[in-house]
Design a protein around this ligand. Structure first.
Ligand SMILES: NC(=O)c1ccc[n+]([C@@H]2O[C@H](COP(=O)([O-])OP(=O)(O)OC[C@H]3O[C@@H](n4cnc5c(N)ncnc54)[C@H](OP(=O)(O)O)[C@@H]3O)[C@@H](O)[C@H]2O)c1
Length: 302
């Protein structure tokens, strides 16, 4: 008996989340997968069907959608450099808003559902963690572009999932080092690091996020879901936990506060996401921070 496969297009396959999505969906026998990203090639195993796609190019998007005819499009592409977005506003809008608008148009043409990844940076961080229906009030340009992209999707007349996440961590090829690797590298070489005590989130292991996304797709859900980690903690406590699990010197971690960092973009201080809806409606079960850190430790061979 032949299996009818679900056609999934991953946009931004070379990013941290994109690569984790590929790892997961390439093992699913019931899925026909097509990958795309802005680079010429996929950074991982090149056995997959792949197209170069710049989401700011409307025709490129439309042509790929008409070629592959996806049922689901997972958008993991974005301009994710928060401070970069603050200064390169035109580029940030072009990728994070206009690019998403093109994906919405493409989905309308082929009748696909858009699964878009958003962020707790759409909130101001006055009183997080946040529910799905809390009022957005972005305080950075990155947050504004991500909120604007959510609105493009909601107004786009297509079926959609908006999955908001926060402080993603995980190890993949050719992407910016995540917070865990940054802490491990510095402490392992005896370097002191300054970590903020006033930014609070529930950091999300990338494979837990992939699990949440796949559950929402499998259950044919629509709307907004918050997918985050189990523990709500300050970035300083996150660093301490990393040191503990990796057996590194906690004394090398100095406390600081956000105002001392002089970052170009403002950060939501009490950010983070309440994940109850995903737990109850999707059966989302993230691992504990300790379990995830132990997995990373093993991956890094530490
Ligand atoms: N990382 C976090 O802590 C975090 C937290 C909350 C939400 N999110 C959201 O989660 C999603 C995935 O984040 P991530 O951490 O996996 O990001 P990432 O590693 O920066 O990956 C984003 C990918 O998008 C690609 N891209 C940039 N411009 C593009 C364009 N015009 N067309 C096609 N691809 C383009 C990037 O390529 P280049 O590298 O070549 O530019 C990169 O491969 C994003 O929507 C982000 O906003 C992330």
């Amino acid at each position: 008996m032949s299996l009818i496969k679900t056609r999934i297009l991953i946009v931004g396959a070379n990013g941290l989340l994109g690569q984790a999505l590929v790892n997961y969906y390439s093992k699913r026998k019931d899925v026909e997968l097509h990958l795309s990203s802005i680079e010429d090639k996929f950074v991982g195993n090149n056995q997959f069907s792949y197209s170069k796609l710049d989401i700011t190019k409307r025709n490129e998007v439309k042509n790929l959608f008409l070629d592959f005819f996806p049922e689901f499009v997972i958008n993991a592409a974005a301009y994710t450099d928060v401070d970069g977005c603050e200064v390169n506003r035109e580029i940030a809008w072009k990728i994070n808003v206009n690019g998403v608008k093109h994906l919405v148009e493409g989905c309308r043409v082929v009748d696909a559902q858009l699964v878009h990844i958003s962020t707790d940076f759409i909130f101001d961080g006055q009183n997080g963690p946040y529910h799905e229906d809390d009022k957005p009030n972005p305080i950075s340009y990155y947050g504004r572009t991500k909120f604007a992209s959510e609105n493009e999707i909601k107004m786009g007349g297509i079926p959609f999932l908006i999955i908001r996440t926060n402080v993603l961590y995980g190890i993949q090829k050719g992407v910016k080092k995540d917070f865990v690797e940054w802490v491990v590298e510095n402490l392992s070489s005896g370097k002191q690091i300054n970590v903020v005590t006033d930014q609070w989130n529930n950091p999300t292991y990338v494979d837990d996020l992939v699990n949440g996304i796949s559950l929402a797709i499998d259950k044919r859900k629509n709307g907004i879901y918050h997918i985050g980690g189990l523990e709500y903690l300050s970035r300083y406590d996150f660093a301490l936990k990393i040191a503990e699990v990796f057996g590194l010197e906690k004394e090398l971690i100095n406390k600081t506060t956000t105002d001392k960092l002089n970052q170009k973009a403002k950060r939501p201080l009490r950010g983070g996401l309440i994940i109850l809806k995903a737990q109850s409606e999707l059966g989302y079960k993230p691992h504990t921070l300790e379990e995830n850190l132990l997995t990373i430790k093993q991956k890094l061979g530490k």
